[in-house]
Design a protein around this ligand. Structure first.
Ligand SMILES: [Zn+2]
Length: 258
């Protein structure tokens, strides 16, 4: 999915802990979204309802933004928009790809960029948007509001091992905000990792590592194209790709199998 109508987006600041200089001051915080540059037209990543906006702002002051609520239980936030550019109203239904405004530098921004965030309504429940934007991870199909608290510990532990819930402290926060008992899930994860690991066995004749490297290099495209190119190896390769990206391993010679 894309929050900006652009053929190429560049990440200027990732989700997670960061240290940066803002107006001469060194600041350390936990970045609740992802900062992007490239293009200028801000668009809805999925169908949704506009829950709040601000259309008048100034750099280093009030930020202009749009917040959408989606059917899958997640909300998306488009922040630092250009003052006066917001072209949707609160309560309005928007379609995927619909223009919301123009990229800007209102609020606590040192330059023009989009701060894009996925959460459950506030920053404390934010998750990393990277895989949704750059690795074709499905956002539209996820229905977290309905499946909340319905998964078994066993199922959740497998998802944790597959990297779906991120690492601590993000993992704890996300599991708890979805209504699950973090300590029970984590205990099962530890058991699984110590004993019988449910890792699927890759076909021995296929070099998974090379496939992972090529996937990260972009050889197989994204989403459905990637799925098709990788065939029966897709699940394992994608799992390894996600683990490498989480660990910040993106160079051909430092990508590894976990
Ligand atoms: Zn940001």
């Amino acid at each position: 999915m894309k929050p900006v109508n652009a053929s190429k987006l560049t990440v200027t600041s990732k989700f997670g802990p960061r240290t940066y200089t803002y107006r001469g001051q060194k600041i350390s915080d936990y970045h609740k979204g992802i900062d992007l540059i490239g293009g200028s037209e801000i668009i809805a990543v999925a169908d949704g309802i506009v829950t709040s906006i601000c259309n008048s702002g100034v750099q280093y002051g009030q930020a202009c933004y749009v917040r959408l609520k989606h059917n899958n239980g997640w909300q998306t936030l488009y922040y630092h928009l250009k003052s006066g550019s917001v072209c949707v109203k609160v309560g309005e239904s928007v379609k995927k790809g619909q223009k919301l405004g123009i990229m800007g530098a209102t609020g606590q921004a040192t330059g023009v960029h989009l701060h894009f965030q996925i959460d459950k309504g506030s920053s404390s429940s934010a998750i990393d948007p990277y895989d949704y934007i750059f690795n074709g991870k499905s956002f539209d199909g996820e229905n977290t509001s309905n499946q909340s608290s319905n998964k078994s510990i066993e199922e959740l532990a497998k998802e944790v091992i597959a990297g779906k819930w991120g690492n601590n402290p993000e993992r704890k926060q996300r599991l708890e905000s979805a209504g699950y008992d973090y300590s029970k899930v984590q205990a099962r994860v530890n058991e699984m990792l110590a004993g019988n690991n449910p890792k699927p066995n890759p076909t021995p004749s296929v070099d998974i590592l090379t496939l992972v490297k090529k996937t990260i290099r972009g050889d197989f495209g994204n989403g459905e194209a990637r799925k098709k190119a990788l065939g029966s190896n897709y699940d394992e390769v994608q799992r390894q790709v996600n683990l490498n990206l989480k660990a910040g391993l993106t160079r051909w010679d430092n990508i590894k199998l976990f």
